[in-house]
Design a protein around this ligand. Structure first.
Ligand SMILES: [Fe+2]
Ligand SMILES: [Fe+2]
Length: 175
């Protein structure tokens, strides 16, 4: 396996880890009877799973070895309704750094096809950090009136991510 292939394989684990963390956050909100917040994170969990499978597809197409890694348990307990979104924003910022490091490695190693594959993920991270920053502001502002947060989310949920149209193919198909 090339150094880039190995590092990208590591990112598959980070994306699955992000997916599990979002499932845990969705379940927390579901148990707190906040269905719109739950739905938002159930959707994010599927998106992260798709990111992992896009990377798997790339590795398969590049004839690299693919190892589906085990992942650490996500955090499941939160002090209040703001904490999960703060954790999610931290996670998105961390993933952005990870993708940037992968792009640097691809560039250093002359893996230009791999670098081009990652450009979509750079755009996606910009979008996800921005939307999670916005959600954190909404939840912080509305933490004493969560019904208003739920209402604003139900109004916003129809908005499609325009990046989806140009997304790389996922192994087995995106969900
Ligand atoms: Fe992701
Ligand atoms: Fe993400």
């Amino acid at each position: 396996m090339s150094a880039f292939g190995g590092a990208l394989n590591g990112q598959v684990g980070h994306e699955f880890g992000a997916s599990q963390q979002y499932v845990a956050i969705a379940v927390y909100y579901d148990s707190e009877n906040l269905p719109q917040l739950a739905a938002h994170f159930y959707r994010q969990a599927v998106e992260e799973r798709n990111h992992a499978m896009m990377m798997v597809r790339y590795l398969l197409d590049a004839d690299e070895d693919v190892n589906i890694p085990g992942i650490d348990a996500p955090r499941t307990r939160f002090d209040d309704v703001v904490a999960p979104v703060a954790l999610a924003l931290e996670q998105e910022k961390r993933v952005t750094e990870q993708i940037v490091e992968l792009v640097k490695l691809a560039r250093e190693d002359g893996e230009l096809v791999g670098e081009q594959f990652l450009h979509w993920f750079l755009q996606e991270q910009r979008e996800e950090v921005a939307s999670m920053t916005e959600l954190l502001a909404v939840v912080e502002r509305g933490k004493d009136n969560l019904l208003s947060v739920e209402e604003s989310l139900s109004r916003a949920s129809g908005a499609e991510n325009p990046l989806e149209a140009g997304a790389p193919p996922a192994a087995g198909g995106a969900l």
